[in-house]
Design a protein around this ligand. Sequence first.
Ligand code: PMP
Length: 374
Amino acid sequence: MTIYLDYNATTPALPEVADLVYRMMVDDFGNSSSRTHEFGIAAKQAVEFARTQVANVVQVDKAEVIFTSGATESNNIAILGLCEFAEANDKKHIITTKIEHKSVLEPIKHLQTQGFDVTYLNIGKDGQVNVNELKAALRDETCLVSIMHINNETGSIQPITEICQILSSHEAYLHVDAAQSFGKYPFDLDNQRIDFISASGHKLFAPKGIGALIMRRRGFIKPPLKPIYFGGGQEKGLRPGTLAVPLIAGFGLACELAQNNAQKWCEHVAGLKAKLMDSLRALEAEFNGNNTSPYVLNFSVPGVNSEAAMVMLKGIVAVSNGSACTSSSYSPSHVLSAMGLSQEQIDGSIRVSWSHQTTAVPSDEICRIIKELL
Ligand code: PMP
């Protein structure tokens, strides 16, 4: 049976999460906005319980969490929701990086068409943003800095703590897209300087279609987000629509399980990664990015095309190349391009990602197959 090694694209739901989601769909199916009977009250209690479970991951108050359909929606609400504040205060400058997910880059590109000025920070060959470049890019009128935590393609971990330090003397809002790290990689995100965090359920063993936006208060002051669409006023009016109670409950449980196990998970996956790296070194593989997440390895072997390798690996392991996660059509990875990789390196890059559920990566077999292509 094919071994699934594409956990950065999506994870399966944990069985206990799936059981809870099922129960909430079939038995405890109330609408959390129904205030007139016990079905609604039970649903609301389940939502608020899950909200606390999500909040606990990054040590915020549950009032600072809203549920969304995933990180794409969270990113859009955080970025577009600040637009009115930025315009009213003449702060129409945004700083982001060249390696953000499209769900950050596209809303920012939209704001650019509305007269916002955007600085796209460069990325080094190591996959890291340069904090001095951020420092130099800040202006009085910068309203938003949006920098991801862990890159989905390379796993490069951005220096969130240093970024927070630089921003400690600036008022710009800081948004961190933590789709690949929330709950799984228990570092950096509890920093009080981060204003917004985007999280995604399906990267964390909850179902697809659920996520959260964390909106930290500064002291007692809420960030000045405005809704980007309108309806029944749910989730502080920022994400109107009937709440997906079963998915929310499942996401809450997934967060609690992750929080209790993340340290152990990180150690386990770091072992898998070290072993695969050792095997690949014999093929003179190049590892794309430094200081990368233990959950993923992005590499290229000179002379080997990733599409050809993936055909050969079919039936053995399910892996992807850099672009697979963001698009159904092939386009060269904007992340690897930003890192200055050659076209050959980009065409050769393979992303392998795993989790605590992965018992072993068949490193020897992967290397044997790749070697056949040399
Ligand atoms: N940001 C990053 C870094 C991601 O990896 C993803 C998923 N590929 C997203 C945002 C979008 O998340 P979702 O699928 O929950 O909308």
